[in-house]
Design a protein around this ligand. Structure first.
Ligand SMILES: Cc1cc2nc3c(=O)[nH]c(=O)nc-3n(C[C@H](O)[C@H](O)[C@H](O)COP(=O)(O)O)c2cc1C
Length: 234
């Protein structure tokens, strides 16, 4: 399975989220392409707020950072996001990346390729906040139209990965195997009801309220105003 990984930090061996992601990759990649990005190294800038991307995403002033990430995500079967908890939320660099992909929310110009993809969001925290942190990322994935999103959230304590007992690591490994089997079974599956509902709601809004905005032309060109669905290829 082709995998694109966005690591929420530059940390590697000592990082819990990195180690968990590597185990998922070992379970699922099957020798296929794995493309990896680290934040903030591979996306070191904040969105300028110019909104140029809404009419043409290639005109984003940071396109040189966006382009390789976008291409890798579009080519992958599975997207993996890792995000530690920073003050009960995702770290700023994760939000900065997601802000740059606002153009592909269903409120704007969703890309049809995402509807059959799956994603996994991995979060660890010393104590609390993983639920909210995963939601910070999952929210964008839902609005991009990603077909299925899995969550892997763990408390790891203040000592982090190196402080975890072998017993806990073995329990993680078992859960990683089980979740990987689910991901494998759902490869290419139709999107969840939630994704479809967002699409229908946004189609209604595009037609009824925003029909003179540039994105309405994009929806029309894709045939989505005429009954075509992004998750149906024929
Ligand atoms: C700036 C900062 C803020 C943090 N805030 C929280 C927090 O609110 N809740 C929590 O449980 N852990 C918090 N932590 C701890 C990390 O979430 C935890 O160590 C996590 O497992 C790190 O993941 P990593 O090993 O992949 O980098 C914080 C760590 C940092 C550096």
């Amino acid at each position: 399975m082709k995998i694109t990984v966005i690591y929420g930090t530059n940390r590697t061996e000592k990082s819990s989220t990195y180690n968990i992601a590597r185990q998922f990759i070992a379970e699922l990649a099957d020798g296929d392409i794995v493309t990896e990005f680290h934040l903030p190294k591979d996306m070191p800038v904040f969105c300028t707020g110019c909104l140029t991307c809404l009419s043409d995403s290639t005109k984003c002033p940071h396109y040189k950072y966006i382009q390789p990430i976008e291409e890798a995500m579009q080519n992958a079967d599975l997207l993996i996001f890792t995000t530690p908890v920073y003050l009960l939320h995702a770290p700023g660099q994760v939000k900065a990346l997601l802000d740059h992909f606002g153009f592909q929310w269903m409120a704007h110009n969703p890309r049809g390729v995402y509807f059959h993809k799956q994603a996994l969001v991995i979060s660890t925290g010393a104590r609390i906040g993983m639920r909210r942190t995963v939601r910070d990322v999952k929210n964008s994935l839902d609005w991009w139209g990603v077909g299925r999103v899995y969550r892997f959230r763990k408390t790891v304590g203040m000592a982090g990965w190196r402080g975890l007992s072998d017993k806990r690591k073995a329990a993680f490994a078992q859960e990683i195997k089980t979740t990987s089997q689910k991901i494998r079974r759902q490869t290419g599956a139709k999107p969840r009801l939630k994704v479809k509902l967002i699409f229908y709601l946004m189609r209604f809004a595009q037609k009824k309220f925003w029909s003179d905005e540039p994105q309405a032309a994009y929806w029309r060109e894709n045939g989505w105003f005429d009954g075509k669905k992004p998750w149906r290829t024929s």
